[in-house]
Design a protein around this ligand. Structure first.
Ligand code: AMP
Ligand code: MG
Length: 413
């Protein structure tokens, strides 16, 4: 399932690598997962595993686009004209007879076009008569007719493998009778948050405690990206506990994301625990601010492990920058991160030697997206992440990116 590990020539493993190199390293190990079938009602947000080829025409037959009368267009060239009503074609109940010159068949919207008719005169352009209809305006052949296959012809590829299924895509699959599309299995993701001070939301805090903001945030981010969160664990700052819980988290997971405990202090156990469990370090530390303390490992069983830093803005930024692309790659999603070139609305702060990921709100102007930092950018400030998640990337050689200058932005859903 996994390729060879990336090597970064001339770099020691602890040296910060660029975001691009880090993403490359992640993608090299994030292979597409197997397919499964789902019911259309469960297909929202899933990624198509194979091209969807229409097994039949849509519409399946030529039908009327209006309530009115199916006619031979040539009969209507000199209105008003009286036509005998020879029968009716209703939606779901086609007419038993054909239209011949001098006759019309009453039709409803969606009713099959009767044989012999080549146009529809809508009801508003007629007057009723005794067993007949008076057509008040001439119509061209094809008027108000919906032709078989004009939306999707039989054999056409309507959606390609890798398409994210939304409402319209699911409607298209239903219309051509693909009732159980083949989709890519969701990546199974386990979250492990670390820290003696961390408690679940819902109870009062004891001195020194803080609430676990990251696990709910990352659970949401993982689900939004298309992963299934199969486990959500918390460990204390204890080596053996960390090893045991990490081993548990890896069971059945494609991705494990740990939160916190990734520094080199005496109470940071994630990296030694991963090493004890035999995980291979692919990289550690990325030129990214916040979130640069992130490390990436591959466990012996192939599970990808992202060791994320604990501060909320760091954890979510590193997740968006590195874990979301891994989820998309495992899903084989063709639409990946939405990137754009925007304009800094105000001076954006940079840091020499690190790519600064500035959490922004973005507004569309005549000349494109304008991005403004979402308040305090320090890594423990959670509110910088709230709102439209537009991340502006200030390059590592800029101390400030002045207002008015172009800047790369990423929208992460
Ligand atoms: P650490 O990476 O463990 O050194 O944590 C860095 C900072 O993030 C510390 O202030 C932690 O209290 C905080 N932190 C760690 N985990 C979480 C979490 N799950 N939710 C909120 N804050 C956290
Ligand atoms: Mg900690």
């Amino acid at each position: 399932m996994h390729g060879a590990s990336v090597s970064f020539p001339g770099m020691s493993p602890e040296k910060r690598i660029s975001i691009d190199d880090a993403r490359r390293g992640v993608l090299e190990h994030a292979a597409r997962l197997p397919d499964e079938e789902v019911a259309l009602d469960d297909a929202l947000g899933r990624v198509l595993a194979v091209d969807a080829v229409a097994p039949s025409d849509l519409p399946p037959f030529s039908s009327s686009g209006m309530d009115g009368f199916a006619v031979v267009a040539a009969d209507t060239t000199a209105p008003p004209v009286r036509l005998r009503i020879a029968g009716e074609s209703r939606a779901g109940a086609p007419a038993a007879v054909a239209v011949v010159a001098g006759t019309a068949i009453r039709v409803s919207t969606g009713a099959q076009m009767p044989d012999g008719a080549d146009a529809v005169v809508r009801q508003e352009l007629t007057e009723p008569g005794e067993g007949e209809v008076v057509v008040l305006e001439a119509v061209e052949p094809g008027n108000d007719v919906r032709y078989a296959g004009e939306d999707i012809p039989c054999g056409a590829t309507i959606l390609e493998a890798g398409t994210l299924l939304g409402a319209a895509e699911i409607g298209g699959l239903a219309a051509v009778n693909i009732a159980r599309p083949r989709v890519v299995r969701r990546p199974r993701l386990a979250l492990v948050s670390t820290g003696d001070e961390i408690v679940d939301p819902g109870r009062a805090l004891e001195p020194g405690e803080i609430r676990d903001a990251n696990r709910p945030a990352l659970t949401a981010a993982a689900r939004a990206a298309g992963a299934e969160v199969i486990a959500s664990l918390r460990v204390r700052d204890d080596r053996e506990d960390t090893i045991a819980r990490l081993a548990e988290a890896m069971e059945g997971a494609d991705i494990v994301a740990t939160i916190g405990g990734v520094s080199v202090g005496p109470h940071d156990h994630v990296r030694p625990a991963l090493e004890r469990l035999g995980a291979e370090k692919i990289f550690c530390r990325v030129s990214l601010k916040p979130g640069g303390q992130v490390c990436f490992y591959r466990a012996a069983d192939g599970t990808l492990v992202f060791a994320l830093p604990g501060n909320p803005a760091s954890a979510l930024t590193a997740f968006r920058v590195l874990v979301v692309p891994a989820i998309y790659a495992m899903l084989g999603r063709s639409q990946t991160l939405q990137t754009a070139r925007g304009v800094a609305a105000v001076d954006l702060p940079g840091t020499i030697g690190r790519t600064s990921v500035i959490r922004c709100y973005a507004e569309m102007h005549d000349d494109g997206w304008h991005v403004t930092p979402n308040g305090d950018q320090r890594s423990h400030i959670l509110t910088s992440m709230i709102g439209l998640p537009a991340l502006a990337l200030v390059p590592e050689d800029r101390e400030v990116l002045p207002a008015g200058e172009p800047v790369d932005i990423e929208f992460v859903g």
